[in-house]
Design a binder for this molecule. Structure first.
Ligand code: ATP
Ligand code: MG
Ligand code: MG
Length: 549
């Protein structure tokens, strides 16, 4: 096959391995914060982190970045594991940033002892005000030069519960005039009294992202810490802390150090990727849970009937660069259709039914017609579908006074009933409002598939279901969740007002083949002539429910 060129991260990794960096070892991690369900943006990171490990014989671990107990929960931990595996990846080990709380604490104590960190008693707002601007130096905190012993004592009190939340923080003492704002004495510890989902009430002082992430990478032995572009400006600080850590007794293997690399985030049109906003949609009941098929979450796409292969293919198509972009959701939809074409079982469903009566067909006869499961896959076989005198057809497939090029059902015209006979329409019946209640036709017995006259040329082929042999069903049709292309950037506007009010349409009067009652939830289907569908997880034999892609 065609060899795909390497992306810039793969190139850099190949170089590092060739040069023997870190003993030519490759170790990555996927570091979700367990504060929400994974979305398709995370899938991009997952494909990278696990993908390069696979490609270069390295390992990728799953690390839960659980340094903020307020928003984290084991429900999220479980869903994250399920979604990664569904996407087709497997971690080597599971780690938690909370596993490193003691090490991180010890490192912070080292920094205080060396005069490289201090307790600041100002509020977060005051500290922010003193930060300065990129062109103007910041102002030193009045606590910056407090005695080391005092900082050590207060740091311990931050963790025992004696200090209130927000009353003090630990800051790294670096440079309030540094050209990189992240070096202006960043906050590295804060007090949070909310219990942690794993460590309970053991800790009350919690490390900030910049202090936890690089060090966690280091303790774990990560060689390439791949993240998204917004962390590029944090990289010098990442390196600074690693440099400091290497000089302490916490240092591990000599010569080893992790390297942070960044790629562009996935942003998708007509949806949002912020977990905060997705959580708000769920909490406020604006969608039906994290796995609502309109959500850009992995579980939402799964429930909607997207295959993991199609998501991976889409991520491969958009690629990895150093430039932020807005990816067109229609690319994802095209990847899904292309993939489902190869795997979806072809079945019949009538979403807007009207009765079709074959007036010259015997009343009590039932024939079994063969339906090919997937023309793209000969191994998929076929199944049988019952045919009888009274059928359901789509209301849209009949027109009493049709224009010339109408190739569907209209009086005087022949059409083929898929997998069955050629029929000629003879008329219809209407109620007092003019609504069509029945359509009539006559069949030609010599045109059953495989029979001599079956090759007769007719321009239209319609799908149908035998009224006595099909099952009622609910079908849910989805449109885009937001009505504007880029709701994510409209930060000031209330994003709730940008929701598409017509994103869900429920059809309750549909019929499907009996065959579908035997299929498992999440089975990939194509309703002939309509589109791709799957069986919803809420579907039961008594109430079949399908989702449209
Ligand atoms: P949010 O800011 O909405 O909470 P997050 O980026 O903080 O999202 P994490 O759980 O920390 O969410 O993300 C885990 C990993 O997934 C990180 O390495 C992050 O860079 C990556 N990631 C998150 N969103 C995207 C995205 N849209 N595109 C690519 N990677 C992403
Ligand atoms: Mg975040
Ligand atoms: Mg994060």
């Amino acid at each position: 096959g065609e060899k795909k060129s390497l992306n810039f991260i793969e190139q850099a990794i190949e170089n590092d391995l060739k040069e023997g960096k870190n003993g030519s070892r490759l170790q990555t991690r996927f570091p979700p914060e367990p504060n929400g369900y994974l979305h398709i943006g995370h899938a991009k990171a997952i494909c990278m982190d696990f993908g390069v490990a696979q490609k270069y014989g390295g390992v990728c671990n799953l690390r839960f970045d659980d340094t903020n107990p307020v928003k984290e929960d084991t429900e999220y931990v479980d869903s994250i594991m399920e979604d990664i595996q569904w996407l087709g990846f497997q971690w080597k080990n599971i780690y938690y940033a909370s596993d490193y709380f003691q090490h991180l604490w010890d490192f912070a104590v080292e920094l205080i002892k060396e005069g490289k960190a201090y307790i600041d008693e100002q509020s977060a707002e005051e500290i922010a005000k003193q930060k300065g601007t990129p062109t103007q130096p910041g102002v030193n905190s009045p606590y910056r030069d407090r005695p080391i012993e005092e900082s050590l004592t207060l740091f311990h009190q931050m963790n025992t519960g004696e200090i209130e939340e927000g009353a003090m923080v630990l800051r790294a003492k670096i440079d309030m005039a540094h050209s990189n704002m992240h070096f202006r004495d960043p906050i590295i510890y804060r007090v949070i009294k909310h219990p942690h989902h794993r460590t309970g009430t053991t800790w009350k002082a919690y490390p900030m992202y910049d202090f936890a992430h690089g060090q966690s990478d280091y303790f774990e032995g990560v060689t390439h810490s791949i993240c998204t572009l917004e962390f590029e400006v944090h990289r010098p600080l990442y390196d600074y802390f690693v440099d400091e850590l290497i000089e302490t007794p916490l240092a591990t293997e000599a010569g080893y150090r992790p390297r942070q690399m960044e790629f562009n985030r996935l942003n998708l049109t007509y949806t949002v990727m912020s977990k905060r906003k997705l959580l708000a949609l769920v909490k406020e009941g604006l969608v039906n849970g994290w796995d609502d098929p309109r959500m850009p979450t992995i579980c939402g796409y799964r429930r909607r009937g997207y295959s993991p292969e199609s998501i991976r293919k889409f991520i491969d198509m958009i690629g990895y660069t150093k430039y932020e972009a807005l990816n067109d959701v229609s690319l994802l939809e095209a990847a899904v259709r292309e993939d489902l074409n190869t795997r979806a079982t072809r079945v019949s469903a009538v979403l807007n039914p009207v009765k079709l009566i074959i007036t010259n067909y015997p009343e009590n006869t039932v024939e079994q017609m063969e339906a090919i499961n997937n023309p793209e896959d000969p191994e998929a076989g076929s199944h049988m579908i019952e045919f009888s005198r009274e059928l359901w057809m789509e209301r849209e497939d009949f027109m009493e006074d049709a224009p010339k090029k109408y190739f569907r059902m209209t009086p005087g015209q022949e059409v083929r009933l898929k997998n069955a006979y050629i029929v000629k329409c003879t008329g219809c019946k209407k109620d007092e409002n003019g609504e069509i209640t029945e359509v009539y036709c006559e069949y030609d017995p010599n045109t059953r598939s495989g029979m001599p006259d079956s090759n007769r040329k007719v321009k239209g082929t319609l799908h149908w279901l035998s009224c006595a042999h099909c099952l009622p069903a609910e079908v849910r049709l989805y449109d885009r969740l937001f009505k504007v292309e880029n709701p994510g950037t409209e930060t000031e506007a209330d994003f709730r007002e940008l929701l598409n009010p017509d994103s869900l349409k429920v059809l309750t009067n549909c019929y499907v083949e009996k065959y579908l009652a035997e299929l498992k939830p999440l089975s990939y289907l194509q309703f002939q002539r309509i589109g791709y569908f799957n069986i919803d997880k809420e579907s039961t034999p008594d109430k079949l429910i399908f989702n449209a892609q």
